[in-house]
Design a protein around this ligand. Structure first.
Ligand code: KG4
Ligand code: ZN
Length: 360
C-alpha cells in the first residue's frame, strides 16, 4: 500500500463519547490528527454505575458534536476522509446503535467506505498505532469491563489465551473502593491508599492460581476484602485510616500477583517478543512494575501505550478501521450492533456481565 489513508473513528460502546481522525502514512506510520473524548462520569455518578439508557441518550446527543470537533481539530472536512470506522460491539446496545446510525448516515451522505470495528480489537491494535510494533505480540487487556490475554497475529487474527470468569479487575478495584468509602472510579484511589499501606497485614486469596492456564477470577477476592473489613469493624467498632490503607495494599498485592503469574504463563504459551497492555488498570504503577519484571525474566519487551490511548477513545477505532480496510474489509449497510462479540469466535464463551456491559 503506497497511499496515505485517513479515517474517522467513532466510539460509543460504553460511557465515553469519542471521535478521532487518524492518518496512516504510506510508510505504515500512524498519526493521530485529533482525538475527542467526552466522558459521561457525572451523568452516571449518582447511580454508582453506568446506566445504559442514560448512556445511549447522551451518546445520541453528543456524538455529532464530537465528530465535528474531531474534524475541526484535524483541520479537515468529510471530503478529506478515506473512510469511516465505527465500534459495532461488544458493549451497551443503545450506545452502539447511536454510533452506528451516525456512521451509516455519514457514509450514505458522502459515499465513503464504512468499516465495523470490534471494540476489543481497537484496544488490541493500539500498540501498532502508538509504537508501530509488528505482529505477533501478546496483549493483556485490563479495564473496568475486560480482562483477557490475546495472541495478536493480524488485524483480524486474535487467539484468546485466557480471560476472567467473573469480574474484570477494574470492576474489582471499583467495588473495593465502594466498600471502603472511596470515590468512583475507584482504581486510582485504591492505588493511592495502597501506597501508604502494609501489603503483608492481610493475605488475600490468589484466585485460580491453583488451576493451570491463564484464566482469571476477581469476585472471590472482593468477598475476602469485605469479610476482612467487617471483622475489623466488629472488633474495633470502626475502620481506622491505617486499616483502610492496609486493606487496599493487600488487595492490590493480590491482583498484581495474580496478573503477574498469569502473564508469565501466557508468555510461556505464546512466547511473543512484546507484551502490550491496555485498559484503565494498566495505569496502576504497582501492577505495571510487576508485569515489567515478568517480561524482563521472559526476555519480552513490556509496552504500555499512553494512558489516554489505553482507555476508551476514537483513535483506536479509526486505526483498527484502517487496518481492516487495508486488508480488504468494507461493511456498509449490512452492519449491525452486537452487544456480545468475542474477538476469538472459537474460544468458549465466558460467564459474567459486569456493570459496564457484556464481556466478550
Ligand atoms: O479502560 P477504562 O477507562 O474503561 C473501561 O473499563 O472500559 O478502565 C476504567 C477502569 C476503572 O474500573 C478504574 O477503576 C480502573 O480502570 N483504573 C485503575 C486505575 N486507574 C483506573 N485501576 C487500578 N489502578 C489504577 N491506577
Ligand atoms: Zn474499552
Amino acid at each position: 500500500m503506497t497511499e496515505t489513508t485517513i479515517f474517522l473513528g467513532i466510539e460509543s460502546s460504553c460511557d465515553d463519547t469519542a471521535a478521532a481522525i487518524v492518518r496512516r502514512h504510506a510508510t505504515g506510520e500512524a498519526e493521530i490528527l485529533s482525538s475527542v473524548v467526552e466522558g459521561q462520569a457525572t451523568l452516571h455518578a449518582p447511580f454508582g454505575g453506568v446506566v445504559p439508557e442514560i448512556a445511549a441518550r447522551a451518546h445520541a446527543e453528543r456524538l455529532d458534536y464530537a465528530v465535528e470537533a474531531a474534524l475541526r481539530e484535524a483541520g479537515l472536512g468529510l471530503r478529506d476522509l478515506d473512510g469511516i470506522a465505527v465500534t459495532a460491539g461488544p458493549g451497551l446496545i443503545g450506545g452502539l446503535l447511536s454510533g452506528l446510525m451516525l456512521a451509516k448516515g455519514l457514509a450514505a451522505a458522502t459515499g465513503l467506505p464504512l468499516v465495523a470495528v470490534n471494540h476489543l480489537a481497537g484496544h488490541a491494535l493500539t500498540p501498532r498505532l502508538t509504537d508501530g510494533i509488528a505482529y505477533p505480540y501478546l496483549m493483556l487487556l485490563v479495564s473496568g469491563g475486560h480482562c483477557q490475554f490475546l495472541a495478536v497475529e493480524g488485524p483480524e487474527d486474535f487467539r484468546r489465551l485466557g480471560s476472567t470468569i467473573d469480574d474484570a479487575p477494574g470492576e474489582a478495584f471499583d467495588k473495593i473502593a465502594k466498600l471502603l468509602g472511596l470515590p468512583q472510579p475507584g482504581g486510582p484511589h485504591v492505588e493511592r491508599e495502597a501506597a501508604l499501606g502494609d501489603a503483608k497485614r492481610f493475605r488475600f486469596p490468589r484466585p485460580l492460581l491453583d488451576r493451570p492456564g491463564c484464566d482469571l477470577s476477581f469476585s472471590g477476592l472482593k468477598t475476602a476484602v469485605l469479610r476482612a473489613r467487617d471483622a475489623i469493624i466488629a472488633e474495633k467498632g470502626g475502620l481506622m485510616l491505617q486499616d483502610r490503607r492496609d486493606l487496599c495494599a493487600g488487595f492490590q498485592e493480590a491482583v498484581a500477583s495474580v496478573l503477574a503469574e498469569k502473564t508469565r504463563r501466557a508468555l510461556e504459551l505464546f512466547p511473543a517478543p512484546v507484551l502490550a497492555v491496555a485498559g484503565g488498570v494498566a495505569a496502576n504503577q504497582a501492577i505495571r512494575a510487576r508485569l515489567e519484571t515478568v517480561c524482563d525474566a521472559a526476555g519480552a519487551r513490556f509496552l504500555a501505550p499512553p494512558l489516554r490511548l489505553c482507555t476508551d477513545n476514537g483513535a483506536m477505532i479509526a486505526w483498527a478501521g484502517i487496518e481492516r480496510f487495508l486488508s480488504g474489509a468494507e461493511d456498509r449497510s449490512a452492519l449491525i450492533a452486537r452487544s456480545r462479540w468475542p474477538l476469538d469466535e472459537s474460544a468458549a464463551p465466558m460467564l459474567g456481565s459486569g456493570k459496564r456491559g457484556a464481556k466478550a
